[in-house]
Every structure is written in C-alpha cells, then in structure tokens.
Design a protein around this ligand. Structure first.
Ligand code: HEC
Ligand code: HEC
Length: 302
C-alpha cells in the first residue's frame, strides 16, 4: 500500500471512531427529566396517536458501546488495520496460514512420514498403518483386485500367498512402483491344436483335476520342450517372468478346460499399472505393507 492510501485508511478509520464516540456521547441522556412537561418527555414523534418516549439508553447498552470502542482501539493497536501499520503483535494472515500449514505438515509427517524409512515388515505390524493401507487399497486397487483383495478373472488374488512376481516386501514394492506386464505368447501356432488340447489335459492333471490320462501323457512331452522354459521344470512357475505356478490349483483365468485351452492357444497379456506417478512414496509403502500383511495372515492361518 502506498503512503497516501495508508494515511487515507488511517484518517478514515480514526475519523469513524471519533464520529461514533461523538454520536454516542452527544445523544447521551443521563435520566428522564421528571419535572418536564409531559410533551417534553417524548421525542415529539407521533404516529397514529402513538408517541415515543425520550428515554436514555439503557446503561448496559451504553457500556457495551464503550466496550466495543475500547476493543476496536485495542484491536487496531495489536493487529494490522491502520494502513501500513502491522500491529504490535506482528500477526498477518499469511503468517497464520504458514503456521497452520506447518502444523498440518507436522501432523502429516507424524502420520505418514515415519513410514518412509520403516521396513515394510515393521509397517505391516502396526494395526494403525494396516488400516491406512487398507483405505489406500480400497481407493486405488479394489476396482481390479476386489474389495477383499481376493482377485477377479485376470486380476490376481493378493491374499493367497501364491505370487506371480514374488511376495517379499522388495518384490511387492517393485510391482507397485513400476507395474508389471505379464505376457504369455500364443502357443497355438507353435504346438498345433492337438498340442493345445494335450498340454491342457496335462495342466489339469497337475492340479488333480479331471483329465484324460493318455492326452496328458502326450501333453507332458510338449510341456517339457515348450512350456518349461517359462513355467519351470516342475511347472511351479517363474517369478522373474510372472509365469504362474500351474500346480497349485490357483488360477488367474479359472480352472475350466476351455479357459486353459484358450490361454495356451491364444496366449495372454495382462498389466498391473505402475503406481509410482499416481501415489506418493509413503502411500505406496503403506499399501505394500497392507498387501504384505494379507499374505502373512494367510500363512498364520495355515
Ligand atoms: C487396472 C487394474 C489394476 C489396478 C488398479 C491395480 N492392479 Fe495390481 N495387478 C493387476 C493385474 C492385471 C495384475 C497381474 C499382472 C500380470 O498378470 O502380470 C496385478 C498384479 C499385482 C500384484 C502382483 C501379484 C503377484 O502375484 O505377484 C500386486 C502385489 C498388486 N497387483 C497390487 C496392487 C495394488 C496394491 C494396487 C493398488 C495400489 C493395484 N495392484 C492396483 C491389475 C491392477
Ligand atoms: C514365454 C513364456 C511362456 C511360455 C513359453 C508359456 N507360458 Fe504360460 N504363461 C506365461 C505367463 C507370463 C503367464 C501369465 C499371464 C498373465 O499374467 O496373464 C502364463 C499363464 C499360463 C496359464 C494361465 C494360468 C492361470 O492361472 O490361469 C496357463 C494355463 C499356461 N500359462 C500354460 C502354458 C502352457 C501349457 C504352455 C506351453 C504350451 C505355456 N503356458 C507356455 C508365460 C509362458
């Protein structure tokens, strides 16, 4: 504010205060004049025969006016209000905002900041942190993995302790930060329709599901030349590739013969979106700890 406007504001403010004070005292009557003629006891206003008495302000009201005047002078001394004068307290709305932001940040750091350096295993131990992680999960992950993290067709169950990419804290963080791209190339063109049907029977047999023994035996030969490269020698999967274990009777795409054949014939591509640019690091750690704790619970129950 330029000096002119500053002075302008100060003069106006003080003039206003002085005016109000003058009006207050100039109109002050101490008491009704009992000796006065009846017509002098009223203000002289008459409306429809109703007259208005000229009584003094009630004392409490008058004192209230005085109190607000004193308050306003005190306020203008302590807080900014008189042009460029900052008030003796140095208060400013920017300062107040900064102070409340600093307080919020402090509270926030107390809540989240501490999880930045804490090991995931340790975060997973804290019921409070698991609760926060659960909320982050509900908002960001449940659409795909289900509200209970139990998975959906094509979306892995995160509670079963069977992992495409590994369930250690490091692997879970890697999955969340960078996302994952599961890719099984179509095998139909490689092994033919007979190969597809036979290997499907073999996969069914690995899980103790109803299957054709002769076809499964043929399928095993194909499996050991073509599929083993990704799904492993004992078909237990390969976490480096995200190739699932085919012996645990846990399925991304269901255990039906049709789906298994469909996967083998046409392959599958699947994507877990990277969260690095969507969620802050502390939130990723909290939700990672939540996911980690889900599989730990599963272990305890077994
Ligand atoms: C758009 C859907 C989608 C969203 C949102 C999503 N995911 Fe996923 N997630 C997937 C898919 C699909 C896979 C499997 C990828 C594959 O098959 O390669 C996956 C895989 C994973 C895995 C690896 C599981 C394993 O067995 O190794 C974890 C852990 C995971 N997600 C956690 C999360 C968390 C935590 C969130 C929320 C921050 C989340 N996901 C959000 C679709 C999603
Ligand atoms: C190049 C590596 C690769 C080869 C070769 C491969 N797979 Fe896969 N397979 C994968 C990956 C990766 C997935 C998981 C895809 C996903 O995340 O959606 C998968 C998924 C599957 C599934 C689905 C499992 C479920 O839980 O629903 C079946 C069944 C399967 N493969 C069988 C086979 C058979 C049989 C062969 C050989 C004919 C084969 N795969 C060859 C990488 C491979």
């Amino acid at each position: 504010m330029s000096t002119f406007w500053s002075v302008w504001v100060i003069v106006l403010t003080l003039a206003n205060l002085a005016l109000i004070t003058w009006v207050l005292f100039a109109n002050r009557k101490v008491a009704v004049d009992d000796q006065a003629e009846p017509e002098n006891k009223t203000t002289g206003h008459v409306y429809d025969g109703i007259e208005e008495y000229d009584n003094p302000l009630p004392k409490w009201w008058f004192m209230l006016f005085i109190a607000t005047l004193i308050f306003s002078v005190g306020y203008l001394v302590i807080y900014p209000g008189m042009g460029n004068f900052k008030g003796v307290s140095g208060w400013s709305s920017v300062g107040a905002l900064e102070a409340s932001q600093a307080k919020a940040q402090e509270k926030f750091d107390e809540h989240f900041g501490k999880y930045l350096d804490m090991p995931i295993e340790e975060i997973a131990q804290s019921p409070e942190a698991r609760k926060m992680g659960g909320r982050i999960f509900a908002n960001n992950c449940a659409v795909c993995h289900g509200a209970d993290a139990g998975g959906n067709f094509g979306f892995p169950n995160l509670t079963d302790n069977a992992w495409l990419y590994g369930g250690t804290p490091e692997k879970i963080l890697e999955t969340l930060n960078n996302g994952r791209q599961g890719m099984m190339p179509p095998q139909g063109p490689v092994i033919g329709e007979e190969g597809v049907k036979n290997t499907a029977e073999y996969v069914l047999s690995l899980n103790g599901l109803d299957h054709d023994k002769a076809m499964a035996a043929e399928g095993q030969k194909v499996f050991n030349t073509v599929c083993m490269a990704c799904h492993g020698m004992d078909a237990k999967g390969n976490q480096a590739l995200g190739a699932p274990n085919l012996t645990d009777d846990l399925w991304l795409y269901g255990s039906s013969r049709e789906q298994i054949q469909h996967t083998i014939r046409g392959g599958r591509t699947n994507m877990m979106p990277a969260q690095k640019d969507k969620l802050r690091e502390d939130k990723i750690r909290l939700v990672a700890a939540y996911v980690y704790s889900l599989s730990q619970q599963d272990e305890e129950q077994q």
